[in-house]
Design a protein around this ligand. Structure first.
Ligand code: 1GP
Length: 251
């Protein structure tokens, strides 16, 4: 499989182009719902599908990804909540290390266990410094990861964490307030972090409306991820996509 997603992300960043990723939790979607979601995403020119969840219970990961791939060419990127969530049918994998936490299992332990399987998958592997930011309420990710999130107003901690991740060789930084966060990450924090790292920045967690998505793009997010709000109202996809793409920065 040709590994083109990361080079594309770098090009998009260099040209100031912002991307929209729709997050699909394989536990919360049925095959018939995929038809609707894919159709709306194609119409709205969604850039990526992220697939994953903190807890994947239903074991239908392969099936869901195959269903998406058979319906469209939108790249599918795995956003795994654990090392068991690897599917060779996807295009790429966010190889997450929870750099905001101090839980060795999620920094390196799980990676060691799953490395042979991940390598054999043939997926495009994108090492990602994953930073959980306090979103105002305990989320599944903060509970499962057993790690304290970065306080929402501690921009310096976020900046130093992201810088360290980049210097350790991580190709992406993902700042996440957690699925269904009460308070999404502030534009102030996004701006600060994007001023100190060069790698593309992914922002997600608690984004419910096009305005916030637009402001995140303007603040320096390269990929904006929305899951929960779309599960509640799939028709939001069009507005979110238009807002994010209109936040492109001409460079
Ligand atoms: C969560 O970043 C994602 O890990 C998306 O969050 O479901 O709140 O949009 P939402």
């Amino acid at each position: 499989m040709t590994k083109t997603i990361y080079p594309t992300l770098l090009q998009q960043k260099a040209s100031g182009k912002k991307s929209f990723a729709v997050l699909i939790d394989p536990d919360k979607i049925t095959l018939p719902q995929i038809d609707v979601l894919v159709e709306l995403s194609l119409q709205a020119k969604v850039d990526y599908f992220f697939v994953g969840g903190s807890l994947v219970i239903s074991y239908q990961l392969d099936e869901i990804i195959q269903a998406i791939k058979s319906r469209c060419d939108i790249p599918v990127i795995l956003f795994p909540g654990s090392s068991s969530q690897v599917s060779k049918y996807a295009d790429a994998l966010l190889y997450l290390s929870l750099i905001s936490g101090r839980n060795p299992e999620l920094l390196i332990g799980q990676h060691v266990i799953s490395a042979p399987m991940v390598k054999q998958s043939g997926l495009e592997i994108m090492s990602t410094g994953y930073m959980v930011i306090d979103g105002g309420a305990p989320t599944t990710v903060s509970y499962i990861s057993n790690a304290t999130p970065i306080p929402a107003d501690k921009n310096e901690i976020a900046m130093c964490t992201a810088m360290a991740g980049e210097m350790l060789g991580m190709k992406l930084i993902y700042m996440d307030a957690g699925s269904g966060a009460k308070t999404p990450i502030t534009e102030g924090m996004i701006k600060k972090v994007s001023s100190v790292v060069d790698v593309p920045i992914i922002i997600g967690g608690g984004i419910k409306d096009p305005e916030k998505a637009y402001l995140n793009g303007k603040a320096g997010a390269d990929i904006i991820v929305v899951g929960n709000a779309i599960e509640k109202d799939p028709n939001l996809i069009a507005e979110l996509s238009a807002a994010i793409h209109s936040s492109n920065i001409t460079v």
